[in-house]
Design a binder for this molecule. Structure first.
Ligand code: NAP
Ligand code: ZN
Ligand code: ZN
Length: 347
């Protein structure tokens, strides 16, 4: 066991501050990673403030982790000391159920082990995330990271990247499809990049007029202000898919009505409260509303390799560890361009 510097939430209301955690000595299958960068996901904020329920304090968030391997167990084959490595939202799963066998560990029948706010398979040891200096994780949940890309801008791919890549692949989004991306934040800006890269026609649906230029710079073919009822009227029945990344409560019916026949509203944003959907908005055009959770380990590696090949990274604003509380407030206001990433050297 080693003692590791970390940053934690002690309760739902106080600012995060210094904390010290234990990490196990690497076992035979473990990889120990010195964390260089960790992205700040809106899910960190939801869980710090216990908005989804079930938060165990002190909570060390962070599941967009990139670093360098500093030790490996005797049976590790894919990593050696000095390699770049990444950890996303999961650090283990049961590995036996049909979902795990298919590489869909995020849907593990026995529950995956989250990178933080979760219990290891022993049911006793609480997991701690990437707002810390070091992480020790089983090799099977560690991702290979290419040295070709800007490392700090790679970190957000481990959650924001895979969460948007996975549904776009699942629904085979590409050439000939009209895609709307709702909400231009961490997930939204990656959804735009991937959907454009896959050949779709992409419209940014945002409630922030100030983001129009950025949406276009990110590759969106058009921008629509969701607070403008005339604009929404003109887009009725327009889209094949809308990928909804909004973190706050909003009316799904408004966006269902922008879908064409057979259109799918794909929810990845996770507002805490349930919403009401009118059956007729689904029935009339045979529309669906669907959800998608991060992505499995094989697909996460596929996404990272795709990004290395196509030069895709996140647009990041670097922050010091101590600035994370302010970053949360800015994220709540939609003032993030388009992912905060913590430089772990500042911890
Ligand atoms: P983020 O960077 O804060 O972006 C959210 C965006 O939603 C904002 O930039 C804003 O875009 C829009 N928005 C925020 N408040 C709004 C409001 N009151 N009304 C309308 N639009 C609003 O958050 P993120 O990190 O991308 O995460 C987004 C959501 O996805 C969170 O709920 C997070 O927990 C969830 N998530 C889910 C998964 C999954 O596996 N499904 C994985 C990661 C994250 P505009 O200014 O452009 O409108
Ligand atoms: Zn996340
Ligand atoms: Zn499983």
């Amino acid at each position: 066991m080693s003692r590791i510097k970390a940053f934690a939430a002690y309760d739902a209301a106080s600012p995060l501050r210094d904390y010290e955690i234990s990490r196990r000595e690497p076992g035979p299958h473990d990889v120990q990673i010195d964390i260089l960068y960790c992205g700040v996901c809106h899910s960190d904020l939801h869980q710090v403030r216990n908005e989804w329920g079930g938060t165990v304090y002190p909570l060390v968030p962070g599941h967009e982790i990139v670093g360098r391997v500093s030790a490996v167990g005797s049976d590790v084959t894919r990593f050696k000391v000095g390699d770049l490595a990444g950890v996303g939202c999961m650090v283990d799963s049961c590995r036996e159920c049909p979902k795990c066998k298919k590489g869909l560990e995020q849907y593990c029948d026995n529950g995956f082990t989250g990178t933080y706010n979760s219990f290891e398979r022993n049911g006793k040891t609480l997991t701690y995330g990437g707002y810390s200096k070091v992480i020790v994780t089983t090799e099977d949940f560690v991702l290979n990271i290419s040295g070709k890309l800007d490392l700090k801008a790679v970190a957000p791919l481990l959650c924001a990247g895979i969460t948007t890549y996975s549904p776009l692949r699942h629904w085979k989004v590409g050439k000939g499809h009209k895609v709307g991306v709702l909400g231009l934040g961490g997930l939204g800006h990656m959804a735009v990049k991937f959907a454009v890269s896959f050949g779709a026609e992409v419209t940014m649906l945002s409630h922030s007029p100030s983001k129009q230029k950025d949406a276009e710079r990110l590759g969106a073919h058009r921008f629509a202000l969701t607070s403008d009822s005339e604009t929404l009227k003109s887009l009725a029945g327009y889209f094949d898919f809308i990928i909804d990344t909004v973190s706050a409560p909003h009316d799904y019916n408004v966006y269902l009505n922008l879908l064409d026949t057979n259109g799918v509203l794909i929810c990845v944003g996770a507002p805490p409260d349930p919403a009401q959907v009118a059956a007729f908005n689904l029935i009339m055009e045979r529309r669906s509303i669907a959800g998608s959770l991060i992505g499995g380990i094989p697909e996460t590696q596929e996404m990272l390799d795709y990004c290395a090949e196509h030069n895709i990274v996140s647009d990041v604003e670097m922050i010091a560890m101590q600035d994370v509380n302010e970053a949360y407030e800015r994220m709540l206001k939609g003032d993030v361009k388009y992912r905060f990433v913590i430089d772990m050297a500042t911890l």
